[in-house]
Design a protein around this ligand. Structure first.
Ligand code: AHM
Ligand code: MG
Length: 336
């Protein structure tokens, strides 16, 4: 009978969070409410990205953000949607966004216990070409007794309560993980308007001969970086060289790396001595996802990315992340 093929026990994000709440002492009802506001922002951003070309949302907004990037119209909209969702959740005390120079405090939300860092639309330089972009987020809990200060967010990834990212591709994907937990992947079902658990307990393959890096920067790379990537182009133990895959959108390169394995890197170099990607809302959340999926993430000095403490909210780091054995190889190479 046809009904036999219909899954009548679908695990939505809401159901998943309710079930997790029973397992994690951190996952209070407040955390679940915060996640509801998050998922609304993902749905809304995904919707506007898909409509962009039709409703004249492509192109530049005519402004630039703190890090000097030209802002796209959608960067501004994505940021406003995200910040508003966090404010209205009532559970968020402060937000750090790639698109905002300063921390945004919601001082009237006196019951708020969380601090959220986000890159509302990562990879936005690819937007007008219809390449996948996404939202990266990290959630910290306020220190005991704190009503929300900068120090509540200037923390290493190891203190993150939850983190993850979305990728607005052929479908909208959401990858989320909690402290000490597994990594779970959801797909937005547009007809239900719900994120459905489609990739439970994601584990990154232990190794894979794929590297993902902007090789156009090799002119600026340190010798070790050049030597490492060069070494991948020669016959490996199986007689074959590595494959190269670089989309230029961290969420998309990270999602592929998570599923297929390999190494993704944005090393520090002579042009960007501190690296390009930002610790709070790019490197640390991704590091948490990769570690919880069985992979690794390190900075350009081969320190565990999760232990890197940012001094300022927009601080950057070099990053190498991916399969356990691939990152092990990088570490060995750099320590020689
Ligand atoms: P953005 O946050 O301004 O979009 O910049 C971050 C993006 C990442 O998604 C991607 O990994 C990287 O920048 C690509 O940089 P490049 O164009 O230098 O290779
Ligand atoms: Mg970004």
């Amino acid at each position: 009978a046809e009904s036999a093929t219909v899954n009548t026990s679908i695990v939505t994000l809401t159901r998943f969070l309710t079930e997790e709440q029973a397992k994690f002492k951190e996952a209070t009802g407040d955390f679940t409410l915060l996640c509801h506001a998050l998922q609304f922002s993902f749905k809304a951003i995904s919707y506007y990205i898909r409509r962009a070309t039709l409703v004249n949302l492509t192109g530049l907004a005519g402004t630039s953000n703190t890090t000097g990037d030209d802002q796209k119209k959608l960067d501004v909209i994505g940021n406003d949607i995200f910040v508003e969702a966090m404010r209205s959740s009532g559970k968020c005390a402060l937000v750090v966004s790639e698109e905002e120079e300063e921390v945004i405090f919601f001082k009237d939300k006196t019951n708020a216990r969380y601090a959220v860092a986000c890159d509302p639309i990562d990879g936005s330089s690819n937007l007008d070409a219809g390449v996948s972009v996404g939202t990266i987020f990290g959630i910290h809990k306020l220190a005991e007794g704190s009503t929300g200060t900068k120090e509540d967010i200037l923390k290493p990834g190891s203190e993150l309560l939850a983190a993850g990212f979305t990728m607005y591709g052929a479908s909208a994907q959401l990858v989320i993980t909690m402290k000490g937990g597994t990594v779970n992947g959801f797909t937005l079902d547009n007809s239900f308007g719900e994120f459905i658990l489609t990739h439970p307990n994601m584990k990154i393959p232990k190794s894979r001969a794929i590297y993902s890096v902007n090789e156009g920067n090799s002119l600026y790379w340190e010798e070790t970086t050049k030597d490492y990537f060069n070494s991948l182009k020669f016959a490996q133990e199986d007689g074959k060289p590595y494959s190269s895959r670089y989309i230029g959108s961290m969420v998309a390169d990270a999602y592929r790396t998570l599923l297929y394995g390999g190494i993704f890197a944005y090393p520090a170099d002579k042009k960007s001595p501190k690296g390009k990607l930002r610790i709070l809302y790019e490197c640390a959340p991704m590091a948490m996802v990769f570690e919880n999926a069985g992979g690794q993430a390190v900075d350009s000095k081969m320190n565990r990315m999760m232990e890197v403490v940012p001094e300022h909210i927009h601080d950057r780091a070099g990053i190498f992340m991916g399969s356990h054995d691939e990152v092990e190889k990088v570490k060995k190479f750099y320590k020689q």
